[in-house]
Design a binder for this molecule. Structure first.
Ligand SMILES: Cc1ncc(C[n+]2csc(CCOP(=O)(O)OP(=O)(O)O)c2C)c(N)n1
Ligand SMILES: [Mg+2]
Length: 549
């Protein structure tokens, strides 16, 4: 009878899930999984840091809505992924991290890379974390991992495979691979609550709809638009919800949220946590009726009391609401016009800086130049502080999943991993990264991975020679003379770092040179860095962030 080992079993299960690429940094404890991947035709992309492998795997999940996989070696390989796992957890992203581990046969004897408690370490930031105890149980554990990661509120799982289990051999015939081990069904909202919510929405005078990450995961953009059009309500989006509705849609709004929240009488949240991003709900009109839809019932009523809380898949629940409201004509022309007016005013105020010729370069001018390169076939990765915040106000995002940022964990350093994922999933799409100079330093070395795998992406570094978003707050709170730990070198040439790794570099100090430099960067056909020196104290831009304690 044919004998196979645990690595073959892992690879076959991945193949069965439609995983065509895995992300890793090598180690003896896991190398037979690679061997299995070769047999199954699964591409192995090796990064220069396990954190990047983790972010790349999350990026793969976000772009495919499958469960991305990172394979990492025992001990430090696993601990290096903790930040990526935590980031995915906060984003409700499915993710499977498979960690090597010292053999069970030498447990407690001080084996190489043996540390206690990796499974426990991962537990609070995963939906499930476990050790696989027998070789022949590998397929069952993987089936359970995919079932947990890809149902309910999606999220990461961690599986540790001790090396004697992973390298153990079994008769192929003794280990049939499980099939039909998870459902793709999606829950409906409670019918009575849908009716109640529909009545509130239909009677609203100043309705507001806010969609978030859950809208992306349930692919609910079209359902959201349909309801919003029926209700003639403004649409606001945050985090991974961005792009699920085109910014061209006449009801899409992004600059008037404060007014809308403050004046609304009925507000509907779909797949959006009412957390710090929404000021814990504190800015919502206290008299407003609040309706919330979430796949995770623990989000319903958190921080802000709700009137109707609908546990369910956002796409289904939104469709149910639209059906329940029926074909009435509900107009809120004055409300929409007022908000649109507010939107236009902000855009007009910005014009001056968007077209500024100032030297040093105004960051809004930089964002405006970057925007010229973003079309529907461009994936934009954001990794940095203020420069990313500003760019999100300027860059068009009209496609679901088109913008990839760290989400509520605010993880600096996600960028190179997300770029690797974007090119792995969509080799022909343009990938453009907006980088802070500080953020570049965290995982910039993975430009090497982009070079090795021939993944041309362009990173534009908004180089203010500081950890700007923190420095601004520091100055406000403690004064100029007590700024500490937030300044970076004037001389750092991130463009040359990328050149040295085999990529293309551009260095820009004048506004008119930005566009041709980015053009050359794309034309080079290599991973590229356009290092743009920008104003440290730009006019008209407040910077920093409000720390809501
Ligand atoms: C891993 C990590 N460490 C620290 C922080 C805190 N932090 C938030 S924004 C920021 C500054 C970012 O600086 P940079 O990337 O240069 O962007 P800028 O704000 O200067 O545009 C820091 C340090 C974080 N969010 N993530
Ligand atoms: Mg900076």
């Amino acid at each position: 009878m044919a004998q196979i080992d645990g690595g073959d079993l892992v690879a076959r299960m991945l193949k069965g899930e439609g995983i065509d690429t895995v992300f890793t940094l090598s180690g003896g404890h896991i190398q037979n999984i690679y061997d299995g991947c070769i047999d199954e035709g699964i591409r192995v992309i090796d990064t220069r840091h396990e954190q990047v492998a983790g972010h790349a795997a999350e990026g793969y999940s976000r772009l495919t809505r499958k469960c991305g996989v990172a394979l990492v070696t025992a001990g430090p390989g696993v601990t290096d992924t903790v930040t990526a796992v935590a980031t995915a957890y906060q984003n409700a992203s499915p993710l499977l991290v498979i960690g090597g581990a010292a053999p069970l046969t030498t447990s407690l004897m001080g084996a190489l890379q043996e540390i206690p408690g990796t499974v426990e370490m991962m537990r609070p930031i995963t939906k499930w974390s476990a050790t696989i105890p027998f070789t022949k149980r590998i397929p069952d554990y993987l089936a359970q991992a995919f079932r947990v990661a890809l149902t309910g509120r999606y999220g990461p799982v961690f599986l540790e495979i001790p090396s004697d289990i992973l390298f153990g051999r079994v008769d192929e015939a003794d280990v049939p691979l499980p099939v039909g081990y998870r459902t793709e069904g999606r829950t409906q909202g409670d019918f009575a609550l849908i009716r109640e919510a529909a009545q509130l929405l239909a009677a609203a005078e100043r309705p507001v709809i806010m969609g978030g990450t859950g809208v992306y995961w349930s692919d609910a953009g079209a359902a959201l638009v349909e309801l919003a059009e029926t209700l003639q309500a403004p649409i606001y989006l945050n985090d991974m919800g961005r792009g699920t509705v085109s910014q061209e849609h006449p009801q899409f709004m992004s600059r008037t949220r404060r007014t809308a929240f403050g004046e609304t009488d009925v507000i509907l949240f779909a797949g959006t946590m009412i957390d710090f991003r929404l000021r814990y709900g504190r800015s919502i009109n206290p008299q407003a009726k609040v309706i919330s839809i979430d796949i995770d019932p623990n989000e319903l009523g958190r921080n802000r009391g709700i009137d109707v809380g609908i546990e369910g898949d956002p796409k289904n629940a939104l469709r149910q609401l639209t059906a329940e409201i029926g074909e009435r004509v509900i107009r809120h022309d004055a409300w929409l016009a007022k908000l649109r007016d507010g939107e236009t005013k902000v855009v007009e105020l910005r014009q001056r800086w968007l077209h500024s010729d100032a030297s040093p370069i105004h960051p809004l001018r930089l964002c405006n130049e970057i925007a010229r390169f973003v079309d529907d076939e461009t994936i934009v990765v954001g990794d940095g502080g203020d420069i990313v915040g500003l760019s999100s106000q300027v860059l068009p995002v009209n496609q679901p999943g088109q913008f990839m940022g760290p989400g509520p964990l605010g993880t600096l350093g996600v960028g190179t991993g997300f770029c690797i994922a974007a090119k792995a999933v969509h080799p022909r799409k343009k990938v453009l990264m907006v980088n802070g100079d500080g953020a570049f330093g965290l995982n910039g070395f993975d430009f090497d991975t982009l070079v090795r795998f021939d993944m041309p992406v362009v990173s534009v570094v908004g180089n203010d020679r500081q950890w700007g978003q923190i420095l601004v707050g520091q100055e406000k709170m403690y004064g100029d003379e007590r700024v500490v730990a937030t300044r970076l070198a004037d001389s750092a040439r991130y463009d040359r770092v990328v050149e040295a790794l085999g990529g293309h570099g551009e260095f820009v100090t004048e506004a008119d040179d930005i566009f041709p430099a980015i053009e050359r960067a794309f034309a080079s056909g290599k991973p590229a860095c356009v290092n743009v020196i920008i104003d440290q104290k730009p006019e008209g831009v407040s910077g920093g962030y409000e720390f809501l304690g």
